[in-house]
Every structure is written in C-alpha cells, then in structure tokens.
Write a protein that binds this ligand. Structure first.
Ligand code: PLP
Length: 380
C-alpha cells in the first residue's frame, strides 16, 4: 500500500504491537484493578512526554477524551467569566470546531463570528473588538494545508484582549509548534494522525501554566477533583492539568499513543519538518506538469506556509481519489472536490512520492477515474 493519509490516521508503529500486547496480556490480565496504581496518571505522564514536541512545559499537557471534547472544555473555560460573548474562528475550520465553538458562544449569550478561510493577520484584526473573548484557529488547516503564523496570530488576539486557542490536529508531530513562545493560552489536538497513536487514540489539551488555577472547565468529573478518592460531596478542582480531565482514561489507547509520541520525539521535530518540506516539495513540483488535467493545487507553493499535506481540487476529485485507492494509493477526499495527499516523514519515502505521481498521471491521462461512481461512501 502506498499510504498517503497519515494526516488522517498514522501507520502502526511496530513497537505499539508489543506495548499493547503487554498492557493487555500482562497488566490487564494479571493486575486487574491493581493496575490503576500505575495507570492512574498515564494521561499526564504521556502529556509531559508530548509537551516538548509542541513547545510546552511538563505539567501543561494532558492526553484525555477526544480533540472535539477537549475543545469544548477549553473554549468554555476560556470564555467563562470574561464578560465577553463572541468567539472568532475561520469558515474553513474543522466541522467539530465550528459546531462546538458556536455552541459555546451561544450558551454564553453570544455567537460565533466567522472570518475567511486561511485568514491573514489583517482579517483576524478586523474581526476583533471588546466583545470577543476567544479566538480559535487551526494551526494547519485540514482542507487547505495552510499553516498560520502562531506567534503573530496569538499576539493579534491578545492585543484585543481575547484568549487564543490553537487546534494542533494537523501540526503535532509534523511541524514545529512553540506554544510557550507564542504565549498561546490553550490548545487541543489529535494523537492518531502524525503521532501514530492508533484509530481513536485520545486527544490532548494544553493549558498555559499561569492559567491552570484560574480556568474552570465545564465538565467537572471525579478525575479532575483535587482529591479524587475522597469521593466528596462537593467539587473542588485539582490545581494541575488534571483539572481538565473528566473520567476514566482509555489505558490501552493511551499506551499506544505513548509509543507514537516517543518515536516522534526520538526522530526530532526539526528533522521531521525538514523531510516533510522535501516530500511535499517533490510532490508539488510533480503536480505542475499535471495542471493541464484540471488539477488545482490549493495548498501554498511556499513550504513555509504549509503543513505536511498537499490538497488539490478537481471537479472529479472524488472519482480520482477512488481510482487512486483502486491502485493501492491512499489519499483521502474532502467535500466538495478536494483530494488530500498526506506526507508523513516518519515513514513516507521520496520513491513513494514519485510513484504516486506516476500513478496519478496515468489515471488522469487515461481518464480511468471516469469509471468510478460519483456517489460518496460513508467515509471519504
Ligand atoms: C483539525 C481537526 N480538529 C478536530 C478534529 C476532531 O478530532 P476528534 O474526532 O478526534 O474529536 C479533527 C479530526 O480529524 C481535525 O482534523
């Protein structure tokens, strides 16, 4: 399989097989509930291992829930008590982000204010006023692959008195992220994409250390209680990142996510970024000779402005993605006409890029895609 969808679901690290086997066969099988003595803080310890990859400090990152749920928690926490009711995001942001941010703003009596997809600093600045409490953007856009300027956007939000939340789903493990340096307030992201944590592995969230004791997340659970096993009548939030978790963590998935994170850290994000730029540049150079087939590259030509996937549009994009899959080349498709090619530096090779271009060219030249149905499957 020529796998170009690591931006959606990363490959299986070999080390994960043994790690999962061991947590199931040794820990779950033999320790049973006693395992909680060492499982209980796993989301936090793996968060500490992830922290340097996203420019955060130990104690500021935890693995828990899903990215969508984490966004709900941090966005609600950021808006509460500010006296402001508007959240700003861009029209091209991921559906969960748009729906959740809208719900959070509405429950505060306000609304979600949209700016254009892949916004400039001026677009953002123009949307801000004293009613905006939160700005939430994806660092790398899931559709376009555009990478925003984390430091500059955060500064623009802060100048208007708003908190900045970054969605790092397409950034973590693929591009350098410097949350502390950017002075970002909050962030969320996935571990199953470039961090290779496995299907449905837990999301992560980041809270800047000085905000940890100020913010109140909206789902107070026993895992976020200051003294969890006191089982007290009243809720008192923990004074650490644990304040942002809710209930029992999925230990098997956490162990798998830990392997992917450690492997990524071992490779080093700068080396990963270097190879990502080489892979995506090789692919975009090849795409230029296919333009006459009606392919339009959506992702910026400038490597400094993009993440690790390249998106092209074509009126028959869905059929092209199906034709590629039929030849064992795996991109994915996003409505209405976008084919996304993800390049994961930990396992994609330069030869794979060239081979994918050859197959794409032969499909377009022979119009092999025309024979595939336009009707979408349940998963695209
Ligand atoms: C940018 C972005 N944000 C949020 C999500 C939602 O993640 P989850 O389904 O794990 O909550 C995704 C999923 O692909 C995503 O790409």
């Amino acid at each position: 399989m020529l796998y170009l969808d690591g931006n959606s679901l990363g490959r299986l690290p070999l080390g994960t097989i043994n790690a999962v086997r061991s947590v199931v066969e040794e820990e779950w099988a033999h320790e049973l509930v006693l395992g909680w003595d060492h499982w209980i803080g796993l989301g936090e310890t793996i968060g500490d291992r992830l922290a340097p990859l996203i420019g955060a400090t130990a104690g500021e990152v935890v693995l828990s829930d899903q990215t969508s749920v984490n966004l709900y928690k941090v966005a609600s926490a950021a808006l509460a008590g500010t006296g402001r009711t508007i959240i700003v995001t861009d029209r091209g942001n991921f559906p969960s982000d748009r729906y959740i941010l809208d719900a959070v703003a509405r429950s505060a009596g306000g609304e979600l204010r949209f700016i254009s997809e892949d916004p400039t600093l001026d677009d953002l600045a123009a949307a801000l006023d004293a009613s905006v409490g939160v700005v939430s953007l994806s660092h790398v856009g899931y559709r376009s692959g555009v990478m925003l300027d984390g430091a500059a956007m955060t500064a623009v939000a802060h100048d208007a008195g708003a908190s900045m939340i970054w969605d790092l789903a397409h950034s973590a493990g693929s591009v350098p992220v410097a949350l502390n340096e950017w002075n970002a307030d909050l962030a969320v992201g996935c571990t199953y994409k470039y961090l290779n944590g496995g299907p449905g592995s837990p999301g992560f969230l980041y809270v800047r250390s000085d905000l940890l004791e100020q913010l109140e997340q909206p789902i107070p659970g026993w895992f976020s209680h200051a003294d969890q096993f006191a089982m007290s009548e009243t809720y008192e939030p923990a004074r650490s990142i644990r304040r942002f978790v809710v209930g029992t963590p999925p230990i098997i998935s956490l162990v798998a996510a830990g392997v992917g994170i450690d492997m990524t850290a071992e490779a080093g994000i700068d080396a990963i970024r270097r190879k990502s730029i080489e892979l995506t540049s090789l692919f975009t150079e090849g795409l230029t000779s296919l333009r006459h087939h009606g392919l339009v590259q959506i992702t910026p030509a400038d490597p400094g402005s993009r993440g690790s996937h390249i998106t092209v549009s074509h009126p028959r994009g869905y059929q092209i993605s199906q034709a590629l899959r039929a030849q064992n080349v795996i991109p994915d498709f996003r409505e209405p006409d976008l084919v996304r090619f993800g390049f994961a530096p930990l396992y994609n090779t330069y030869a794979e890029v060239e081979r994918a271009l050859e197959i794409l060219e032969s499909i377009l030249t022979t119009e092999a895609h025309a024979t595939f149905p336009e009707a979408r499957g349940r998963v695209t």
